[in-house]
Design a protein around this ligand. Structure first.
Ligand code: PFF
Length: 481
């Protein structure tokens, strides 16, 4: 294969541009909306530790592998995998990895857009000072008032539909604009701004009475109740759910296992170093998630809220802060605007593998590929949209006890984050560490085959990732109980 190949989709203008875009993909609703509520649902510290271990031992190595595959293949994940399999003389089945990635991206974006719509809806609410009303309320009515505003929003399908449509339309316009257009410019100022607002909010959280309780909740590790959540005097049953959720969250938060980072790697300039760029992305992503937790849990405990309340957590807690703190409406508006921007920079990476592939078929322009895939995602999004209101009682897999209480949204989230992404990561690890020739891999990584860092990386991909994913899966289906 010709290594001088340049991607037909364009290229990042620099190494920094790639870092910003990959960080833009990684940092999103997963860090600020999902990580805190999952941590809350699975009881705190132990979940956080398992998540961090998965990020370090599987996330970072798999991210390097994905970038490397993209950089070598220079095309959409479907075609990169085809070409790399051809180059090495391996089975064409490896292409399936590209396909499952396209499907996972579609499914994730379908609900991502609905949730991002909630954040969009909060921009005018906070800007108009809706939440400052809590200052004239008795403390015990505050949480109820903030909660009722959230419930009103999610129980109104028409409103949700409007926000979902706006979010998807803008996503598709950005994707149609191509690699360097709006995307690079937006992320350049957005990421630092988001970080600063988060720091301001940590400052507020520190002023709440239960700041330390929030910190303990996040870092006080209690493996017993994590592994045996339903323990009674009479019986204790091992549950692998928490482990699976933490591992899934690591892949989800880092945008791994579905080709998003691979396709960004395809636009990487030839001489950029993969190890250092990916490390920056992983550190930035993890810091944002931890900061989000440090903001949210002190507010939860200071206001007598439940940490395990699910997807509404961020929307039921942060507005309390914005109602009470000085300049709260300003910081609140800024926060939700930045959250939406962070969601947009993730969304475009969710759909890019599909769009790049459609363009490569030669039958679509970038614009028509964006429009058609956008319409498809928008339609699937309706399943999630209605899961919070008119279809909240619909449990499609009610006949299986493990899924009997899951709505369409729960199922799509579960299948993508807990199954498809870890499996995708597993096969990427196997392909790179067991199949690809060392000479090709080291050439792309700009490393020597004897380099300690290279050997550790390959060890993690060869043994730790497959074993880790395998054991967590087996545990989740109850093999060890
Ligand atoms: N990493 C994004 C987040 O944490 O919000 C979500 C995501 C983007 C997942 C891209 C997967 C992906 F390929």
């Amino acid at each position: 294969m010709n290594k001088q190949n340049i991607s037909i989709h364009g290229e990042w203008s620099s190494r920094l541009a790639f870092i910003l875009a990959a960080t833009g993909s990684a940092v999103g609703l997963g860090n600020i909306w999902k990580f805190p509520y999952m941590t809350g649902e699975y009881g705190g510290g132990a979940f956080v530790i398992v998540y961090l271990v998965c990020v370090a031992l599987m996330g970072l190595p798999v991210m390097m592998a994905e970038v490397m595959l993209g950089k070598r293949g220079r095309r959409s994940p479907v075609n990169s995998m085809r070409i790399l399999a051809q180059e090495g003389g391996y089975s064409q089945w490896w292409r399936v990895l590209g396909w499952t990635g396209v499907i996972a991206g579609f499914l994730i974006l379908s609900y991502y857009s609905v949730i991002a719509g909630w954040a969009l809806a909060y921009v005018p609410k906070v800007a108009m000072g809706t939440f400052t009303a809590i200052n004239s309320m008795p403390q015990n009515e505050v949480a109820g008032f903030v909660g009722s505003i959230f419930n009103e929003l999610v129980s109104n399908p028409i409103q949700l539909l409007a926000w979902h449509t706006i979010f998807m339309s803008v996503t598709m316009i950005m994707v149609a604009g191509g690699v360097q257009g709006g995307l690079e410019r937006a992320v350049r100022f957005m990421m630092p701004a988001l970080f600063i607002v988060l720091l301001v909010l940590v400052g507020y959280a520190m002023s709440t009475p239960e700041f330390m309780m929030g910190v303990y909740f996040m870092f006080d590790v209690d493996f017993k109740s994590f592994l045996y959540p339903n323990c009674t005097e009479a019986s204790c049953e091992l549950s692998g759910e928490g482990m699976l959720a933490a591992m899934g969250q690591a892949f989800f938060s880092l945008s791994l296992g579905m080709g998003a980072i691979m396709v960004y790697g395809a636009y990487l300039p030839k001489h950029a170093s993969i190890a250092s760029t990916t490390s920056v992305v992983v550190i930035a992503d993890t810091s944002v998630a931890i900061l989000a937790g440090l903001i949210i849990f002190p507010i939860v405990f200071s206001n007598g809220l439940a940490p395990g309340q699910g997807p509404g957590l961020v929307f039921n807690t942060l507005p309390i802060a914005f109602g009470q703190m000085p300049y709260g409406s300003f910081f609140g508006t800024l926060f939700f605007v930045l959250l939406v921007l962070a969601a947009w920079s993730s969304s475009i990476s969710l759909i890019e593998p599909a769009v790049a592939w459609l363009v490569e078929t030669g039958k679509f322009t970038r614009i028509s590929a964006s429009i058609w895939s956008g319409i498809a995602v928008w339609l699937v999004g309706l399943l999630t949209l209605f899961s919070f209101n008119i279809w909240s009682h619909v449990k499609p897999l009610f006949m299986f006890s493990a899924f009997e209480d899951k709505t369409f949204f729960d199922l799509i989230d579960y299948m993508t984050a807990n199954v498809m992404l870890p499996l995708g990561g597993l096969f990427i690890a196997i392909f790179v560490a067991w199949f690809m020739k060392t000479q090709i891999v080291t050439e792309e990584l700009d490393s020597s085959p004897e380099h300690g860092g290279f050997l550790i990386w390959r060890f993690l991909l060869r043994y730790v990732t497959p074993l880790g994913v395998g054991l967590v899966f087996l545990n989740a289906i109850g093999v060890f109980s």
